[in-house]
Write a protein that binds this ligand. Structure first.
Ligand SMILES: *Cc1c(COP(=O)(O)O)cnc(C)c1O
Length: 301
């Protein structure tokens, strides 16, 4: 699969002497975007090999992973079940663009309360799901497991060895673990967490085999799916100037961070940066509904 690296041509970057490219993983598929495609690839092969006919996974109402699993399942002939956090959605999920998309691609939903959702990795909960849905191949929340990391090791190519820094968004840490494993010794991988918390480093270490990485935790904007007017403005301006759409939960925050770090002269002149566009654009519609309610500016589409 060929994914282009797009050069960002802006006077500001030239002034700073920094080269920035974006790997357009968002162009892989309209719904199974970016890293979710990579994370599902080997899991789907494994599920086929084990003669499964059903995929079951977990997620919140705006989850890119839920949307991707539904679409990938449909394309490869699996029945899909989404265990969704939030009982209150049971009767009004049709108003949620992510769930609507997943449903249109055949996903069956099982809505659970937030407290039950927290038990999702417990044996009793799994047994209850099996009694409801029969035998299934289970994908963890966010899709991160060893097969997913293996898929993400295929994001970087030999040609990407010219870059000094590889930048990635971080949710559960599977994507960055794959990047860390396939980066060259002279490269540094920087992760931009989309959520608050110190648990991420441990999670990444479960799968990462190298030490050439760090997390930049200053750009989560207050936590997962939290946004403010300055972030919305950055994303809209970035799209106007480069033609590249960013999502508000992951890639928008990472690029905001990269720009801020370049402004603060964090990188020496001549540095070459590759930022991975992990996709997530399906989430824009849902975010705009939430922004409208709060009377905040909307994301351009
Ligand atoms: C899920 C997701 C991430 C986070 O990936 P992890 O492997 O969970 O760290 C980053 N960007 C986008 C667009 C995503 O959908």
């Amino acid at each position: 699969m060929f994914v282009p690296n797009q050069k960002i041509d802006l006077p500001f970057l030239e002034e700073k002497g920094v080269t920035l490219y974006i790997k357009r993983e968002d162009t892989i598929h309209p719904h199974i975007s970016g890293n979710k495609y990579r994370k599902l690839k080997y899991n789907l092969l494994e599920a086929k090999q084990q003669n499964h006919t059903t995929l079951l996974t977990f997620g919140g109402a705006f989850s890119n992973h839920i949307a991707a699993t539904a679409c990938a399942g449909k394309e490869t002939g699996f029945k899909t079940i989404g265990v969704i956090r939030g009982e209150e959605l049971k009767d009004n999920w049709q108003g949620n663009p992510t769930l609507k998309l997943a449903h249109e691609h055949g996903m069956e939903f099982h809505f659970v309360s937030r407290s039950d959702y927290r038990k999702k990795n417990e044996k009793e909960f799994t047994e209850e799901l099996e009694s409801l849905f029969g035998r299934f191949y289970c994908l963890p929340e966010g899709g991160t497991n060893a097969q997913a990391v293996k898929g993400c090791e295929e994001i970087l190519t030999e040609a990407d060895a010219v870059f000094d820094f590889i930048c990635s968004c971080v949710g559960t840490g599977g994507t960055i673990a794959g990047l860390i494993n396939s980066a060259q010794g002279h490269q540094t991988v920087w992760g931009f967490p989309a959520l608050k918390g110190d648990f991420l480093k441990e999670d990444i270490r479960k799968f990462a085999r190298n030490e050439n990485w760090n997390l930049i935790s200053d750009y989560h904007f207050g936590g997962y799916a939290k946004v403010d007017a300055s972030l919305i403005d950055f994303i809209n301006t970035f799209k106007k100037e480069t033609g590249i759409p960013l999502d508000p939960i992951y890639t928008g925050k990472m690029l905001f961070g990269i720009f801020d770090l370049i402004k603060k002269d964090t990188f020496k002149k001549g540095t070459q940066i590759l930022a991975i566009h992990t996709g997530g654009l399906q989430g824009i519609q849902g975010m705009n509904l939430a922004l409208k309610k709060r009377n905040l500016p909307l994301l351009d589409i």
